[in-house]
Design a protein around this ligand. Structure first.
Ligand SMILES: *Cc1c(COP(=O)(O)O)cnc(C)c1O
Length: 328
């Protein structure tokens, strides 16, 4: 494809971009609460601070990166609108951001995506275009549509404005809770972790930031150790927001440079964490959203006596599925 004004900007974001994103998001994103739990503190022998992005608009931190990206479109890009392929939280984040900024939006989804997800995406004002995930290539379809309609394609993590936007959640936490020793952040493609690392480097250089992945999908941990991006087949895990096969070209170098460690959590540990959040803290968290807490509790990092930030990334989970996790 030729370089158009619509291609992804290709620069490495810095903390200045995170700070700019915070200004753009002011009054648009929720400043989500930081919750405490005595029971959790006692269980881990630490002081825990839970940043609740499950209570963010559209139910996940992804609104931050999406809005920050769309708000920087040129007039020409705004007129053409935005296109994304996703069956998950990125779709809803892009759809709502586009509505707030009054631009056309198309979301490309597999035709067998859950009806509730499609309905929610349409409710935010998006046109949903479906494809057959077994016979069609969603990237090719998206690229063709984007070109035909003059739309800009926004990827879910490997984009400097997306990374900068995601970093604003950790920025808020680190400003509100001084002197954290650790910050645990879940990892899919690494946009949230990379943004959090930029915020921590600037605001809390002594805070050790740890990425957490599903045990079945530890490509990030393998990459971190190998020093290059390792790709794996789509992992089988209940953490559907972290079923990515590899870190991104932009996210990986930031993670490699600034992360303290990468740990994992099993699906069983995620279910336990979901129950803990429901029963003790009265919050609905999706499986991927529980990775950071499960990683702090069961991972190889000794957090006893420490002040620990936990980034809860999202709370979008089908209620029938959620009730099965709680009942099991
Ligand atoms: C997208 C998502 C993730 C993973 O974020 P990356 O930036 O891809 O690492 C984690 N949790 C939730 C709830 C998500 O929607």
């Amino acid at each position: 494809m030729t370089q158009t004004p619509f291609s992804v900007p290709n620069f490495v974001p810095t903390y200045a971009d995170v700070a700019d994103a915070a200004h753009r998001l002011h009054g648009m994103a929720h400043r989500t609460p930081v919750l405490r739990s005595t029971t959790a503190d006692e269980r881990l022998g630490a002081q825990l601070f839970f940043k609740c992005e499950n209570l963010q608009r559209t139910g996940a931190f992804k609104f931050r990166g999406a809005f920050n990206t769309l708000a920087q479109f040129t007039d020409e890009q705004r007129k053409g609108g935005v296109l994304a392929f996703s069956a998950g939280n990125h779709a809803q984040a892009i759809a709502l951001s586009a509505r707030l900024l009054d631009m056309p939006v198309v979301i490309v989804m597999p035709e067998d995506a859950p009806a509730s997800k499609m309905a929610a995406t349409r409710e935010y004002g998006a046109q949903v275009v479906t494809y057959n995930r077994y016979t069609e290539d969603r990237e090719a379809i998206s690229r063709r549509l984007a070109q035909e309609r003059g739309m800009t394609l926004v990827p879910p993590f490997d984009h400097p404005h997306v990374i900068a936007g995601q970093g604003t959640a950790a920025k808020e936490l680190l400003e509100e809770v001084p002197n954290l020793d650790y910050l645990f952040v879940c990892v899919g493609g690494g946009g949230l972790l990379a943004g959090s690392l930029l915020a921590a480097e600037a605001l809390a250089p002594h805070c050790r930031v740890v990425g957490v992945e599903p045990e079945a999908g530890n490509d990030g941990q393998q990459s971190f150790r190998a020093g290059h991006i390792v790709q794996i087949p789509t992992p089988h895990t209940i953490a559907d927001g972290a079923q990515t096969q590899a870190l991104g070209q932009l996210t990986f170098p930031i993670i490699q440079r600034l992360a303290d460690d990468m740990v994992t959590a099993t699906d069983e540990q995620l279910v336990q964490a979901l129950r803990f959040f429901a029963e003790r803290m009265k919050i609905v968290v999706e499986p991927t959203g529980a990775l950071a807490f499960a990683g702090a509790e069961h991972g190889s990092v000794d957090v006893r006596g420490a002040r620990v930030g936990i980034l809860i990334s999202g709370g979008n989970v089908d209620m029938a599925r959620y009730s099965r996790f709680l009942a099991d």
